[in-house]
Write a protein that binds this ligand. Structure first.
Ligand code: FEO
Length: 168
């Protein structure tokens, strides 16, 4: 596969693993605050990001490319409030969307149709990822400083079902 695209896909693979690590760190922080429902949601989000990384891992291999695993940077470990945790989630997802769009631009300019098709899934997924994080932030804004409302949000996010395993 095209070297430029392979390098960019390996970079994205690393970013997805970082996202998995970041959400796991957020999960730990939420748990330390007694927000076990949000912690559960974050753990599933972390698994989902690992699934995104594996999609890229498998795709590079399927195209006879070389997977190059690089160091994963350490995520933040502390936040001032759960609202800031979700704000960081929104910011991170917007960053991922921009990176996926860049990757797509590269696949198009390199005329790599298989990669365009592969990346389309990520383009659609990012719409959902940004919408979901934004919806949680809206709920937290509405809750304001009400512990009762935060308790309800925590319960709601605690009911997130596990996603099916990604084995494609
Ligand atoms: Fe893999 Fe949340 O984007």
């Amino acid at each position: 596969m095209n070297k430029k695209l392979q390098d960019a896909l390996n970079k994205q693979l690393n970013e997805e693993l970082y996202a998995s690590y970041l959400y796991l760190s957020m999960s730990a922080w939420c748990q330390s605050q007694g927000l076990n429902g949000i912690a559960h949601w974050m753990q599933l989000q972390s698994q989902e990001e690992y699934g995104h990384a594996m999609r890229i891992f498998n795709y590079i291999n399927d195209r006879n490319g070389k997977v190059i695993l690089a160091e994963i940077k350490a995520p933040a470990v502390d936040w001032d409030s759960v609202k800031n945790v979700i704000k960081d989630t929104c910011k991170h997802e917007a960053k991922v969307t921009a990176a996926i769009n860049e990757l797509m631009n590269l696949a198009i300019s390199e005329k790599d149709h298989a990669s365009v098709g592969f990346l389309n899934w990520f383009v659609t997924e990012q719409v959902e990822e940004e919408a979901t994080a934004g919806d949680i932030l809206d709920k937290l804004e509405l809750a304001g400083n009400s512990p009762g409302a935060l308790f309800m949000i925590d319960r709601l996010l605690g009911s997130r079902p596990a996603a099916p395993a990604e084995n494609e």
